[in-house]
Design a protein around this ligand. Structure first.
Ligand SMILES: Cc1cc2nc3c(=O)[nH]c(=O)nc-3n(C[C@H](O)[C@H](O)[C@H](O)COP(=O)(O)OP(=O)(O)OC[C@H]3O[C@@H](n4cnc5c(N)ncnc54)[C@H](O)[C@@H]3O)c2cc1C
Length: 550
């Protein structure tokens, strides 16, 4: 796939990293500027070994709440979309509103949201996830439908949806587009490392790249640089290049700080009162054949007034590993997932862990569930297997009907931007140390919002929550179950001044005039949303901004 690389040339744009962000930025800019030359630099390469020096030099201080580095990202053309789930979720208004609980960490504003929304149609097209409608009120086919009998919308809503991409593997999907775009040069197996110091106008002239296998170095010259190396590697490169910030008296205080992901897990089930057949427990399919799914959310006004963190809660299956669910289909899928080689083929480790919780539990009882549930124990998983692994647009997940109208609730919640959650350089100047913890404010907000949901469902006479833990055990349970590291935000956040952030509203690095960041690391808040879809919109916006500048 590699194209001709001219070491002497001054590229108009040099993009570091070819994940979703790098690919979208490159394609958008190159199409808008056919006369300009774009260089796309990628660390990974075809037939790369399983291990790499970048992931091997990450120190994960809290393995309880943060995944192992190899579970968090992928290297190579297409980046982490090689294993991502494909869930496309839009940020909400509340994510752009300062709330006391955020501790001054909301360093962007709702104008930014309004501006970014214009890029959503192009973003959905890159992600192959249908029309840019994330509210069932705006989708005629599903307008006025409800999640369950008697549910009414108020402070709790059931109409905001997630959309699912194919899942689009950006490497496979856009290889041809990149190759056909004659003004893009892609070089793989190179690590971007050291920028030259900015000149008096803040312009940086070169970046040194190192061949991954033989370690030879070269200088690349460009007029503009975009860091799109994923949140953790973008942050590491900047931490290693303090000379970039000389004109502002050193690296911004926020660099590497305020690292956020999401709290995620299950502490309760919902028992609906109405007709089980009227519960919308699974996927909806829109007119374009795209899977969409509703979730409980809380209005931005309510969250702002109550000073709570943004949270989505969706219907889920009971815990797979616990044979008490009595479902033969679930037991079979669980056993497949814990089978060493097969399990790895069925799902990437972070996703497999969310299903198995890393437990090998009561195998004989699962086998008994399978026998009792025949033939459904085989037929249901076989149909799912076909839809999930054989069809082009994959079934994104498995949600099974509950005859007694009871579903586990899966929460996915915003984190406070906390200064001690950070990525920092180790003493060797190479290791990236990841400090990541939950705070009491994060955990309390999750508990409070379950109470809000419970009260709301009771008020509507729709249902009620059944907790899996005693009230006083909830906090401890959330601390123990929640693990992220795949939705990385916050460490190079947007802010109006280098006092508060690392890039300006146009994603330009404070202290320089020609380095920009295309990564979810620029998001100051994490909201309830998985970050990649919004990142796509920001990448398109950045390409347009660079075009205006050029
Ligand atoms: C298992 C899993 C499931 C996920 N599911 C979802 C989901 O459902 N929805 C969602 O929104 N998000 C999901 N994510 C997160 C999503 O994959 C990332 O948000 C997204 O890939 C980030 O895109 P990116 O381009 O910023 O970074 P990446 O995709 O990580 O790409 C960065 C690229 O830069 C390269 N690179 C790094 N350092 C250098 C360097 N120094 N020089 C040159 N190249 C370099 C890397 O090799 C890599 O190819 C998931 C992630 C994982 C791991």
């Amino acid at each position: 796939m590699e194209s001709e690389f001219d070491f002497q040339a001054i590229y108009d744009l040099c993009i570091i990293g070819s994940g979703a962000a790098g690919i979208i930025t490159a394609l958008e800019f190159a199409r808008l500027n056919p006369q300009k030359k774009v260089l796309l630099i990628e660390y990974g390469y075809k037939d790369q070994p399983i291990e790499n020096e970048l992931d091997n030099s990450i120190k994960n201080v809290n393995p309880v709440n943060h995944h192992d580095p190899y579970e968090c990202t992928n290297k190579g053309f297409g980046g982490s979309t090689a294993t991502w789930g494909g869930r496309c979720v839009m940020y909400d208004k509340v994510d752009f509103i300062d709330r006391p609980i955020i501790n001054g960490g909301c360093t962007w504003n709702t104008e930014m949201l309004d501006e970014v929304e214009q890029y959503l149609p192009r973003t959905t097209s890159y992600f192959e996830c249908g029309e840019p409608a994330f509210d069932l009120h705006n989708i005629p086919k599903f307008k006025d439908t409800r999640i369950a009998e008697n549910f009414k919308e108020g402070v709790v809503t059931d109409s905001i949806v997630e959309r699912w991409s194919m899942p689009t593997r950006f490497g496979d999907r856009y290889a041809e587009d990149i190759a056909n775009q004659t003004n893009i040069t892609l070089i793989e197996c190179y690590e971007a490392r050291d920028f030259s110091a900015p000149d008096k106008d803040g312009n940086v002239a070169t970046v040194t790249i190192r061949q991954v296998k033989n370690k030879t170095t070269q200088e690349v010259k460009a007029k503009v640089f975009v860091l799109a190396a994923g949140a953790q590697e973008t942050t590491r490169i900047l931490l290693r290049n303090p000379q970039l910030f000389k004109s502002i008296g050193g690296p911004p205080a926020a660099l590497g700080k305020y690292y956020q992901g999401h709290l995620s897990g299950k502490i309760a089930s919902v028992r609906f009162k109405g007709d089980p057949q009227k519960t919308d427990y699974g996927f909806l399919i829109d007119d374009e054949g795209v899977y969409i799914r509703r979730r409980f959310q809380f209005t931005s006004d309510f969250l702002t007034k109550q000073n709570l963190l943004n949270t989505a809660i969706w219907l889920d299956n009971p815990l797979y590993f616990d044979p008490k669910h009595k479902s033969g289909a679930m037991s079979l899928m669980y056993l497949a997932m814990i089978t060493p080689i097969l399990g790895k083929k069925l799902a990437p480790p972070a996703i497999a862990h969310s299903i198995t919780k890393g437990k090998v539990n009561a195998v004989h009882k699962h086998i008994w569930n399978i026998i009792r549930g025949l033939p459904g124990s085989i037929v249901t998983p076989a149909a799912i297997f076909y839809k999930r692994y054989v069809l082009k647009r994959k079934l994104p997940g498995v949600f099974l009907f509950s005859p007694d109208n009871t579903y586990a609730l899966h929460f996915h919640a915003e984190q406070v931007p906390d200064v001690s959650n950070s990525m920092e350089l180790g003493a060797d100047g190479e290791t990236l140390v990841i400090n990541y913890n939950l705070t009491d404010a994060d955990v309390d907000s999750v508990i409070k919002l379950h109470e809000v949901l419970d009260n709301w469902l009771r008020e509507c006479n729709c249902g009620e929550l059944e907790y899996w833990f005693e009230k006083e055990e909830l906090s401890k349970a959330i601390y123990a179950m929640s693990r992220d590291g795949i939705h990385q935000c916050g460490t190079t956040r947007i802010a109006a001044s280098p006092k508060d952030g690392v890039v300006d509203n146009d994603l330009k690095l404070w202290g320089t005039n020609n380095i920009f960041i295309s990564s979810s690391s620029v998001f100051p808040t994490s909201g309830q949303a998985n970050p990649t879809f919004l990142l796509g919109a920001f990448a398109i916006r950045l390409a347009e901004h660079l075009t205006k500048m050029a």
